[in-house]
Ligand binder design. Structure first.
Ligand code: MG
Length: 441
């Protein structure tokens, strides 16, 4: 009926492109014909300092619309470029199909950066093609604003660090996180026992259980005194999470965790590697404050394994490692089945931030999202197109613009490019990368 009415209103002989009629019929404003949208290019702009190194990627199409994503902080943009030849010719609106095609090229931590960056860009494109925000494509939203916690530069002086954290609360943040490592007490005699010559710094790449580093009662006492002063300054009513304990053994984690119990910490993060289900569970069962892990895990299966075993209390995926928006929503939904909340780890530009915001809006058991760049003055200027602030007083605002809801601001991005790199320069040398990618014979 709609179409008849529509056509009936046309002057005889008027020409209407088929895609216009298709769009009208669907009552959806589209950029063209979504079913014929094809990926034609993938390029990058490598931003530094927003924080660390964060390559943003742009996926172009045959209908003049582009989608943006971001390779995880610190990762190589090559992880995205090797996917280019597998993406050209695909319809970006088939997000899940394309994700399943490329997900074999991701792995834990930074190696997932390419797959996840592409997945973000696909949602941006699908949203633009159908003129709806990404959260809507994920099933709609549970909330209009997203609770944030932020990274705060550490100081070994509890008065200085406590004041910095207290200011975060004053700025509107409703959840705090602090770094709390054995580096605080390592230089004080009698606090840390380690094979002579081994320091927290040199042990940084050795898994916690294998360093031989243990903390003494004196060390635990000093760390607890430090937290006590900070707790008094920020207040006892606000969640206070802690991270970066250092690579100490399981027994030290338990003794330190017991010491920290009286400060009612919101979670203790990555005390040992996420791979150690049984030993995480041992720590969790011995202490009476929540344990958290997850920022280095790729894909939902390890999260489900940890949740099923109740090895930690809070799981904390980084969307730029965990598999992108849809996989992270699936992770949240799976965790909920086992009674666990999902916090979200994040460090990057506003492109990846917005991918997180859409996913957090669409996931019921979401708890809190990290914001790593509150102190970078130009961070918010890296993007444009949003007619509301990215965040306000400790909360991110969920945008209603199509896709992720932001576009790079070329003028600002160009000021922060990695030396020797261009602004979405051609990447044709990656067009013909070929490999027989079958996973079974
Ligand atoms: Mg962490």
């Amino acid at each position: 009926m709609k179409r008849r009415g529509f056509l009936g209103g046309l002057a005889a002989g008027a020409f209407w492109a088929e895609e216009t009629i298709q769009a009208y019929q669907g009552n959806v404003k589209t950029a063209g014909k979504p079913s014929e949208l094809k990926i034609t290019d993938l390029r990058f702009a490598h931003i530094i300092g927003a924080p660390m190194r964060a390559p943003i990627i742009r996926i172009d199409t045959n209908q003049g619309i582009s989608g943006y994503g971001e390779v995880r902080d610190g990762a190589s943009v090559t992880y995205a470029l090797i996917l280019k030849s597998r993406l050209i010719g695909e319809n970006p609106c088939n997000v899940d199909k394309v994700f399943r095609k490329i997900k074999q090229f991701g792995f834990h931590a930074r190696q997932a950066g390419g797959v996840c960056g592409v997945e973000m860009a696909l949602w941006d494109l699908a949203g633009k093609a159908y003129n709806v925000p990404a959260y809507q494509l994920l099933g709609g939203k549970f909330r209009d604003k997203i609770r944030l916690y932020c990274d705060t530069t550490e100081s070994h002086d509890p008065k200085v660090y406590g004041e910095r954290l207290r200011k975060r609360r004053e700025e509107g943040f409703t959840w705090l996180k602090m770094d709390l490592g054995i580096d605080l007490v390592e230089q004080t005699p009698g606090c840390v026992t380690a094979p002579l010559g081994v320091t927290q710094r040199t042990a940084g790449l050795t898994p916690h259980m294998f360093t031989g580093m243990e903390i003494t009662d004196k060390g635990i006492g000093l760390m607890c005194d430090y937290v006590a002063q900070i707790r008094e300054m920020v207040g006892w009513d606000i969640p206070l999470s802690a991270d970066h304990f250092g690579h100490i053994g399981v027994n030290s984690c338990i003794r330190l965790g017991k010491g920290l119990t009286k400060f009612n910490m919101a979670w203790l993060e990555d005390m040992i590697p996420w791979t150690e289900t049984e030993q995480l569970k041992e720590i969790k069962e011995a202490i009476d404050i929540p344990l958290c892990t997850g920022e280095d895990i790729y894909l939902k299966e390890p999260f489900i394994h940890l949740a099923k075993n109740h090895a930690v209390d809070v799981l904390h995926p980084d969307l730029a490692t965990s598999g992108g928006l849809l996989e992270t929503k699936k992770i949240g939904d799976a965790l909920m089945e086992y009674g666990h909340p999902m916090a979200m780890h994040f460090a990057g530009t506003p492109i990846s931030f917005m991918a997180n915001v859409h996913c957090a809006a669409a996931t019921e058991n979401f708890l809190v999202l990290e914001h790593h760049s509150v102190d970078v003055p130009w961070w918010k200027d890296l993007v444009k197109g949003n007619d509301q602030p990215l965040s306000e007083k400790g909360w991110a605002v969920v945008p209603d613009k199509p896709g992720l809801g932001v576009e790079p601001n070329a003028d600002e991005v160009k000021k922060h490019l990695a030396p020797g790199t261009g602004y979405f320069d051609p990447s044709d040398s990656w067009n013909n990368e070929r490999s027989w990618d079958r996973l079974y014979s």
